[in-house]
Design a protein around this ligand. Structure first.
Ligand SMILES: *Cc1c(COP(=O)(O)O)cnc(C)c1O
Length: 552
């Protein structure tokens, strides 16, 4: 007998009598979903309150900007989201007969057409489910193209050291050999090194993967030259379009020399992300690569590249979000969004520059849609790190910026067009106040280790308990006036940074319960390290240099 919601039933009879009864040897005999949370909430009221308690702990876009550089955490407007809850969109099976999916077909065709227009490419495939999968699909298209011309040996992929770690990983998955190109002091691709590497590998050059604007948040002025150098040697150009929030309406990769790009609809085109999937990482390609876009064994997509997803149109269920975004914004609106994103980033960079150096800018002193604040000099002088600042920002009610990517010891800030000036000013005020606190550490007014930065974030439990800190409670939670009347306090203190990543411990149920199971690659190794993660890799997103370093 089994029970569900307190009602007993004969599961053996159900399984054995049913037409699709499971073979006995495949039936699960171990207990599952044993954590109390899976059985504690048995009424809608209780479930509602449970979900509310989770969201109370969350520091999400409904409370603060999420200035995660490289992630483009912009507004996911309710209007854009509404349609994905409609059964007409949500209930369709990915392999439903095409004639039953005419609405979807039209939506996909329209969206692909708009994305092709925005990027300057001949065609777009929405099959890849993530940016990284788009990279993989794009590189397979490049390989397919080379092979179709008898260029079997072209397998070298040039990748600048600043590139997102997924670039190198995708190249390796596509069977290519990664050759890293150096960046100069200004953070741009080192043209001398690029030319040397192109010459050295000319015969075998398959592609370059270039991020534009770069992961340093700068428009590289030599982008056309870089593309030309690679083309002259017979290679193809892949532009990583994850930073398209700095380009839409202003420049088109397909027109400045690129052959293929992925976009992240879950960044630039408003699909929510940050809590895991699903995502959409479509690729756009120039005319000569169109035949090599992902195909599908069961559905005729008109293209013949290998499928990269189970479903012919990937995460089709969330495409209505991006469709609605483009449709609502229109060409002028999309361009204005880009301009606002760039303006916001430059406003932050120019207001924060005198407090924290901006690591990379273009020749004109401007950044693109994000900026890297260099914390390393302050860390050297005071011991206060980028992590301390990120944690302290939580006390100010802000989600942390991106930490240590693409440069260790820095913070990368991307405000997006969704933030108005008041929110940007609130962020500046927080950062300037934090800079003042760091100064107090420098002068010795604050203890080097027992100070509001090191102890951040402050929790209710800390504040309500014995208070023996050398600074008042009000400094901990009301560092600026605007925070009075605040409703958010971090529910947890720090959990030992990357140590926790590398030494996995399941908080519940007890770890012994897991000893009976084989959790394969997720289990910590005997030495406590986590497989698949390079020792010494930065806490957050890895760069190409890390991936290649880990390979060596
Ligand atoms: C986010 C990002 C990616 C990877 O996209 P996913 O959808 O996370 O796989 C690749 N390159 C850059 C520059 C990015 O910012």
């Amino acid at each position: 007998m089994a029970a569900s919601f307190g009602v007993a039933f004969d599961d053996a009879a159900l399984d054995e009598d049913g037409a699709d009864a499971l073979p006995g040897e495949l039936r699960r005999r171990s207990a599952y979903l044993t954590h109390p949370v899976f059985s504690a909430h048995r009424s809608e009221t209780s479930m509602l309150r449970y979900l509310r308690s989770l969201s109370d702990k969350d520091l999400a876009l409904d409370r603060t900007m999420i200035p995660l550089g490289s992630c483009t955490m912009k507004l996911n407007a309710a209007t854009e989201m509404a349609a994905i809850t409609w059964p007409e969109f949500a209930g369709l099976h990915p392999f439903a007969p095409v004639e039953q999916a005419r609405g979807y077909t039209r939506l996909i065709d329209e969206l692909c057409g708009w994305l092709a227009e925005v990027t300057g490419y001949a065609a777009v495939s929405v099959q890849p489910n993530a940016g990284s999968q788009g990279e993989f699909a794009g590189l397979l298209a490049i390989r397919g193209y080379h092979r179709s011309r008898g260029d079997e040996g072209r397998d070298v992929c040039l990748i600048p050291s600043s590139a997102h770690g997924t670039n190198a990983a995708s190249a390796v998955m596509a069977g290519m050999r990664v050759v890293v190109v150096a960046c100069d002091e200004a953070g741009n691709v080192d043209l001398g090194d690029l030319r040397a590497k192109v010459d050295q590998h000319a015969e075998r050059l398959a592609a370059i993967m270039l991020t534009y604007p770069s992961t340093h948040g700068v428009y590289e002025t030599e982008v056309r030259e870089i593309c030309a150098a690679v083309h002259d040697a017979g290679g193809q150009v892949y532009v990583d379009g994850a930073n398209l929030n700095a380009l839409v309406g202003l420049a088109r990769p397909g027109r400045f020399g690129s052959d293929v790009s992925h976009l992240n609809l879950h960044k630039t085109f408003c699909i929510p992300h940050g809590g895991g999937g699903p995502g959409v990482g479509p690729i756009g390609v120039a005319e000569h690569l169109v035949p090599f876009l992902p195909g599908h064994p069961l559905v005729d997509t008109g293209t013949s590249g290998p499928a990269v997803s189970g479903a012919p149109y990937g995460s089709a269920g969330i495409l209505p979000i991006s469709w609605a975004y483009v449709r609502l914004m229109g060409p002028d609106g999309l361009t204005r969004a880009t301009e606002h994103a760039i303006l916001g980033a430059n406003y932050l960079a120019s207001r924060l520059r005198e407090h924290f150096p901006v690591l990379y800018t273009g020749a004109d002193g401007m950044v693109a849609h994000e900026c890297i604040l260099d914390i390393r000099p302050l860390t050297k002088a005071t011991g206060i790190t980028n992590d301390d600042i990120a944690k302290r920002l939580i006390d100010f009610g802000f989600h942390a910026p991106t930490m240590s990517f693409p440069v260790a010891g820095t913070l990368m800030v991307e405000p997006t067009e969704s933030e108005d000036k008041a929110e940007l000013d609130r962020f500046v005020e927080a950062m300037v106040t934090i800079r003042g606190e760091i100064e107090k550490v420098a002068t010795g007014e604050y203890d080097a280790t027992d100070n509001p930065l090191r102890n951040a974030p402050h929790t209710l439990a800390m504040l309500a308990g014995e208070w023996e800190r050398p600074y008042p409670r009000t400094t901990a939670i009301y560092p600026v006036r605007g925070l009075q009347g605040r409703s958010y306090l971090s529910p947890v203190r720090r959990i030992d940074q990357a140590y926790g990543d590398r030494n996995l411990v399941c908080a519940c149920p007890p770890i012994e319960a897991f000893a009976e199971h084989d959790f394969g690659a997720h289990a910590p190794d005997a030495d406590g390290s986590t497989p698949g993660r390079a020792a010494g890799a930065p806490d957050d997103l890895g760069t190409t240099a890390d991936v290649v370093g880990a390979q060596a």
